[in-house]
Design a protein around this ligand. Structure first.
Ligand code: FES
Length: 87
């Protein structure tokens, strides 16, 4: 489990082991673009402001994953306890 902070509103939401960031946001009525929900289309890409993403997608290149500037919130998670997204 980890927390995601949405920088534009300051809202912090917990993401459980059996949840996704996208799913948690949608359940709270937060509108974010998405399509495949399986980590390959790139639609749900979010900018990472702080924290280290645990990439689970097949969209970003290895270099992009190493940089960690963006993350696919439908599948990817967080290495540490907290991820801050530009959402
Ligand atoms: Fe397609 Fe997340 S919705 S990569």
């Amino acid at each position: 489990p980890f927390e995601v902070e949405l920088s534009r509103t300051g809202v912090t939401v917990p993401v459980g082991a059996d949840e996704t960031v996208l799913g948690v946001l949608r359940a709270r009525g937060i509108t974010v673009p998405f399509s495949c929900e399986n980590g390959y289309c790139g639609t749900c890409e979010a900018v990472v402001l702080d924290g280290e993403p645990d990439h689970r997608d097949t969209y970003l290149t290895d270099d992009e994953k190493a940089e960690g500037f963006t993350t696919m919130i439908c599948v990817s998670r967080c290495v540490g306890p907290r991820l801050v997204l530009d959402l």
